[in-house]
Design a protein around this ligand. Structure first.
Ligand code: KPL
Length: 321
């Protein structure tokens, strides 16, 4: 069995780590701070399941800087795009051995290229998940919405790639996620999945953050639905020019509504960031849509507006300006 590590002690990272540990898998958690690792070492990781049951799981928690170089297992990276700066990627490059496999769970796009550039020769998978979780403290998390997780190779294998190694990584990740109780499947079209998820996030995240409502309340009034619909149409149009194909607009719209229903009580990751005074992923979501639109010579006024408005929520102090 592969050694497993979850990198990132936010909502998704704690959920993944807690559920892998609950399934008895050999998982450890890499945190960004020493304080969080110490807290989890002391009191365990508290996981509240969908049915309301609560259990404390023991899991080895290690501050990322102290991870022993040469890790050759599978690392599930559950950090926000905003945390994945050049310094962190260089450190990751030193921590991972040449046989390590990496799975990227970030929202948005652009991260796979950046990470693969920083980890030459390592096997890399992208993951898309619609699981929802809420971190209630440094060592506790609530599973607030069950979703689907897809994993897949970013680029089709070249003739020179290690096909066996890649197949082993894919099945190792799929089995571990399933054993942990997630609905996981392998996708041969992970870029399409990422674009579909980007469309969901580009509608749900900024609007929930601006209106300060849980996902289920986005559709509560005709006025909100009007804004959702406008942002959806514009974003879908831009993404269609950038590789999104295969599904009709009505199916994509149904995807958005399904996520709002399935995660009705959940506060989106962007709303959580805004209320905690953290930097948001707006640049990797609606900002990325604006950049794609500009590259194909079109405007994306709704995306530009929500990007500007979300950025303006943060106070100068929080932004370090
Ligand atoms: O991915 C999410 C997020 O909050 O970032 C959704 C699916 C919208 C769940 O809240």
């Amino acid at each position: 069995m592969h050694r497993l590590a979850v990198m990132g002690g936010g909502s998704l990272g704690l959920l993944l780590a807690g559920k892998l540990a609950a399934a008895g898998l050999p998982a450890e958690l890499w945190t960004r701070t020493e304080e969080q690792a110490a807290r989890i070492a002391e009191s365990g990781l508290t996981l509240e399941e969908r049915d309301g049951s609560v259990a404390v799981r023991r899991i080895e928690a290690v501050p990322f800087e102290e991870v022993t170089p040469g890790f050759d297992g599978i690392v599930l990276i559950a950090l926000k795009q905003t945390s994945m700066d050049g310094r962190l990627l260089r450190t990751l490059g030193r921590k991972l051995g040449m046989n390590a496999g990496t799975v990227l769970f970030q929202n948005g796009i652009g991260h796979v290229e950046r990470v693969s550039g920083a980890l030459p020769g390592r096997r890399l998978l992208a993951a898309v998940t619609t699981e929802a979780a809420l971190r209630s403290g440094p060592s506790s998390v609530r599973h607030t919405g069950s979703g689907e997780t897809w994993i897949g190779e970013w680029e089709p294998l070249s003739a020179a790639s290690d096909k066996n190694g890649m197949a082993d990584l894919i099945s190792g990740v799929e089995q571990a996620l399933k054993k942990a109780g997630f609905s996981a499947s392998v996708s041969n079209e992970i870029r399409e999945r990422m674009l579909r998820k980007l469309l969901i996030n580009a509608v749900v995240n900024p609007l929930t953050a601006l209106w300060r409502v849980p996902n289920g309340e986005l559709t509560a009034t005709p006025e909100r639905r009007l804004a959702m619909d406008a942002l959806f149409r514009e974003t879908a149009g831009v993404l269609r020019q950038n590789g999104l194909h295969g599904a009709k607009d009505s199916e994509l719209w149904e995807d958005v509504l399904r996520v709002c229903r399935a995660t009705a009580a959940n506060r989106s990751s962007m709303l959580q960031d805004v209320t905690a005074g953290r930097e948001t992923e707006i640049d990797a979501l609606n900002g990325a849509v604006c950049r794609m639109a500009a590259a194909s010579g079109r405007d994306a006024p709704w995306n530009a507006a929500v990007t500007a408005l979300v950025k303006a929520i943060q106070s100068p102090k929080e932004r370090g300006v």
